[in-house]
Design a protein around this ligand. Structure first.
Ligand SMILES: [Zn+2]
Length: 209
């Protein structure tokens, strides 16, 4: 007895093609968002339907689910929200673009992904302290050569340091001098984001259907 099934070729959505591969979460075409830079494994594309971001070429949904599960902890799965005010404001400077990132999640993308294994998002909570740190770092990224320098120095994230020593010195100085001004902007941005479901960091819990 064989379990082999004939392979069905699913036609791609209109607009999809080699340049616009399908989103691992929802199947809609991905569009270019950001060019590659040091610390990233390739250019970043995004889905305009569910909001998922993908670094380099997209993989299978199972791969995205594995990355999601790696973000799990005691309180639930914690994601840097690509649909946050911080991500919209920061673009390439968004602190959620960490060196090991492959998939950049949104609540909607997570809903679509976990539905594949018969789960629903049971609860979502804004993580205000982590969100504020991410929004603050996103603002600082707009004035530094490197990426996530301040959080890296504080042991809260992985920095991508600037290539030249003089650039790294300026980055360290800018992160200190602008720490308080950036915080003064980050607080209202992140508060507003958190109140409308667009906080920078979300904690999600799933439940089996
Ligand atoms: Zn999608």
């Amino acid at each position: 007895m064989s379990n082999a099934q004939p392979t069905h070729v699913v036609p791609l959505e209109a607009g999809a093609g080699p340049e616009n591969p399908p989103c691992p979460a929802c199947g809609e075409p991905l569009f270019g968002w950001l060019p590659s830079r040091p610390g990233l494994s390739g250019p970043v594309s995004r889905c305009e339907s569910c909001g998922l971001g993908v670094v380099a070429a997209p993989g299978e949904p199972e791969e995205a689910l594995r990355e999601l599960d790696r973000r799990g902890g005691e309180g639930g799965v914690r994601i840097a929200n690509r649909a946050s005010f911080a991500a919209s404001l920061g673009n390439a400077g968004w602190a959620g673009l960490e060196p090991d990132s492959r998939y950049l999640f949104t609540l909607e993308a997570v809903r679509r992904l976990v539905a594949r294994r018969d789960q629903v998002v049971k609860s979502r909570r804004w993580a205000p302290a982590a969100g504020l740190a991410a929004t603050w770092q996103t603002l600082l990224n707009s004035v530094t050569f490197g990426h996530d320098v301040a959080l890296g120095a504080l042991g809260r994230g992985r920095a991508t340091k600037a290539p030249e020593a003089w650039q790294r010195r300026i980055d360290a100085l800018a992160s200190i001098v602008l720490a308080i001004p950036a915080l003064a902007i980050a607080i209202p941005v992140e508060l507003a984001g958190g109140l409308v479901g667009r906080g920078a960091v979300l904690t999600l819990r799933f439940e089996l259907l």
